[in-house]
Ligand binder design. Structure first.
Ligand SMILES: C[S@@+](CC[C@H](N)C(=O)[O-])C[C@H]1O[C@@H](n2cnc3c(N)ncnc32)[C@H](O)[C@@H]1O
Length: 373
């Protein structure tokens, strides 16, 4: 097991090591995305009716991974809650899928990892963890005051099939795209419906989700080298070279859907939609681009090798499990491991040889939703 990074390693290269879990590495870029949401979280806290949290305030971080990226935001949120009702007990409900690395999460939350813990600054704060997917109700009815989620709800509840010639719905067309769109729309409504049940009347959600913005930009595609096209091209090369089979190439499909702002907001503004009927209303919606920290660093230091070395682990954290699962299980574990290493190694070499335009800029929808009191 790797050692956690030193606290002093604060450059973009520093990634959060939390051991074992598929999604347990959080990038500094994801933290920038969360930090940018803090004013929305603070406004949401200010808007919750005070009478609803006389006995206690519940804040949730859904799809929290190892919680390292949201520690500062949660600490600031607790301070804001206490500025309204000093000493009110605060429950911080961390939820993720069952296979998430919850040991890493607790290590971070309790300050035993590489980060400072907000628990040292506030008494009567109760962090709890739940391995309940956001496709289920994770909290008791009408118990949640502010629900937060970042960079998580693009993961679909299931893969609605494979995509011909690409790895992601951003490169899908025709029937492939239709299948992903239908699943994405249904899943978003399912997420909202469970959150509607959990929220107290007057409670709010701050949801920061990957999206396709009005200019057609999305994660890793903001005008430079398209990251998802690069994944697809590399797997095609592996196929052409006979290193993977046709079936394997097809199954390198990521079970994700990126909504547009219009798709995100539709269930909240249409009175016929279930979410609207359940009391959810749109308060705020905007899209933002957060620069890839590794590409930004490269603009300063100009060292292509260093950029490639720092950049690859970030993209690997969130797609390696899908790609590894796409390989035929009849291959030995070693063989599958070699193919995966070669895949990311080829990507890294490509970035090092010609770094211009590579990077993973984040493109998010920042949504604030209230449940009417
Ligand atoms: C890229 S990480 C984001 C982590 C953190 N919120 C951040 O912004 O840095 C995506 C997280 O979503 C979680 N996730 C994916 N599907 C989920 C589901 N159905 N329910 C809950 N969490 C899920 C993953 O396990 C992972 O921890």
């Amino acid at each position: 097991m790797e050692s956690p990074p030193e606290k002093a390693a604060s450059q973009a290269e520093a990634i959060t090591m939390s051991g074992g879990g598929v999604y347990s590495l959080a990038t500094i870029g994801a933290k920038h995305v969360i930090d940018a949401a803090l004013p929305l979280v603070e406004d949401a806290i200010d808007a919750v009716p005070e009478a609803s949290f006389a006995e206690g305030f519940t804040l949730a971080d859904m799809g929290c991974a190892d919680a390292g990226t949201s520690l500062d935001m949660v600490g600031a949120a607790i301070a804001r809650i206490r500025s309204r009702v000093p000493d009110v007990p605060v429950t911080v409900a961390y939820t993720d899928q069952p296979r998430n690395d919850f040991n890493a999460l607790m290590t971070n939350v309790h300050g035993l990892g590489p980060f400072d813990a907000y628990l040292d600054d506030h008494d009567d704060v109760f962090p709890l963890a739940s391995g309940t997917s956001f496709y289920r109700q994770a909290l008791p009815p009408e118990s949640l005051h502010v629900g937060f989620s970042a960079t998580a709800m693009h993961w679909l509840s299931d893969k609605p099939g494979d995509i011909d010639g690409h790895v992601h719905m951003v490169g899908a067309t025709g029937a492939d795209l239709d299948r992903f769109r239908a699943r994405g729309h249904a899943d978003w409504r399912r997420i909202l419906s469970h959150r509607a049940a959990e929220l107290v009347p007057g409670g709010r959600l701050v949801l920061v989700n990957f999206c396709i913005d009005d200019e057609g930009r999305h994660l890793g595609s903001t005008g430079g080298v398209d990251m998802f096209d690069t994944f697809a091209a590399l797997w095609q090369e592996f196929l052409d070279e006979g290193r993977i089979t046709d079936a394997e190439a097809r199954s390198m499909t990521l079970p994700q859907y990126y909504n547009t702002l219009e798709e995100f907001t539709a269930p909240l503004v249409d009175a016929d939609e279930e979410a609207h009927r359940a009391g959810l209303r749109l308060v705020h919606a905007e899209t933002r681009v957060v620069r890839c920290p590794f590409a930004a660093d490269f603009e300063q230091h100009g060292d292509a090798e260093r950029f490639a070395h720092a950049y690859l682990p970030t993209i690997r954290t969130w797609n390696e499990s899908t790609f590894a699962a796409g390989l035929d299980p009849s291959r030995s574990v070693d063989e599958r491991g070699r193919i995966i290493e070669d895949f990311y190694g080829t990507y890294r070499d490509r970035v090092a040889a010609d770094p211009e335009g590579h990077g993973m800029d984040y493109v998010h929808a920042y949504l604030v939703i209230e449940k009417v009191a």
